[in-house]
Design a protein around this ligand. Structure first.
Ligand code: BTN
Length: 326
């Protein structure tokens, strides 16, 4: 934990009561002058910290920027996810940054956020719109003890974590579209790009890239996407706190990652199925050059979609582009 993380954690815990400079200095083992210097630095980053003789330091407001120390301080202790958080002002794609970390042998659980991506990408080679400070664009490095074919379980765990975090932050009930889209009133608000490196029967690492359109306004989306995409701000008519949402997602995912690694995917699959609008509907799925039509029946134990085709066969689909037919 850095000094800033410790200061912000102490200020958060103290709330309106505040915390005295002497107490901070004793707890952190640094001089009061050093505490003052760090507080000044946090103020220049936009943190509203008041100093008063009665209350000491009080945290009154936080800026709408992603700050690694602040995210760590709000996150608290997690088992795996978010033990290491890095924030970039701008990057090509956070999945690329995490891939480099993975090759360099960084431990699982590292999370890379970018305020903006210049080459954000979605599934099937699509571009992912990632304007500065409007969304959450981040990737997580995982090294799960899973067979490569079971990695869909992680995408499903991530979609469920996103679902819960969005619902608790906004009060809206999103829908999950198999396997990785979060929709609100039928429009896409978030997506997940899972990339992996694997040997034939063992995963080396997984990169879970998540994009959430948090505070975009309609003009931030290219015209061709406006019919299909939305943001939490558009849907709630309110700016949303990005850092708070990020922390909720990481906390939810930390719990579910643990369950997936412990072979307890079933409970998660039930929750996912409950909110998945794809199940029970007639769908058309584009898998490479092939288009398959049928009814999405359920989820297989490894996260694959079980599709009853128009010819009555049950097919297992592990990836593809789904259109729900009305
Ligand atoms: C999709 O729905 O097609 C997946 C979108 C995933 C976007 C995120 S944003 C963070 C990470 N970096 C990327 O380049 N893509 C993912």
């Amino acid at each position: 934990m850095t000094i800033d993380t410790k200061i912000l954690s102490a200020l958060r815990a103290a709330g309106r009561n505040g915390v005295a400079g002497t107490e901070l200095s004793q707890r952190l083992g640094i001089s009061r002058a050093a505490i003052w210097a760090r507080i000044e630095e946090l103020r220049t980053l936009g943190y509203g910290i008041e100093a008063s003789p009665h209350h000491g330091y009080q945290l009154l407001s936080v800026p709408d920027v992603l700050h690694a120390d602040d995210l760590l301080s709000s996150l608290g202790r997690t088992k795996v996810i978010g033990r290491d958080i890095r924030v970039f002002g701008e990057t090509t794609s956070t999945n690329d940054v995490v891939e480099k970390l993975a090759r360099d042998g960084v431990k699982e659980g590292a999370v890379v956020f970018a305020e903006a991506q210049t080459k954000g990408r979605g599934r099937l080679g699509r571009k992912w719109v990632s304007p500065p400070r409007k969304g959450l664009w981040f990737s997580i490095l995982l090294r799960p003890p899973l067979h490569p074919l079971a990695v869909t379980q992680l995408t499903i765990a991530a979609a469920t974590a996103l679902f819960r975090a969005v619902r608790s932050q906004t009060g809206l009930t999103p829908e999950i579209k198999w396997p990785n889209d979060i929709l609100i009133r039928g429009k896409k608000t978030a997506g997940i790009l899972t990339e992996l490196s694997a040997e034939p029967d063992k995963v080396k690492y997984v990169i879970l890239g998540m994009g959430i359109s948090v505070n975009l306004v309609t003009g931030d989306f290219p015209p061709e996407l406006r019919r299909l995409a939305t943001s939490l701000r558009i849907e709630t008519s309110q700016r949303q706190n990005r850092a708070e949402l990020a922390v909720r997602i990481l906390q939810e995912l930390d719990r579910d990652y643990d369950r997936v690694c412990a072979g307890q995917f079933e409970a998660l699959a039930d929750e996912w199925e409950e909110h998945c609008t794809t199940i029970g509907h007639r769908v058309a799925i584009q898998v490479g050059g092939r288009r398959i039509q049928g009814t999405a029946e359920s989820l297989d134990t490894d996260g694959a979609l079980l599709l009853r085709t128009q010819h009555g066969h049950l097919e297992r689909i592990i990836g593809g582009d789904v259109t729900v037919e009305k």
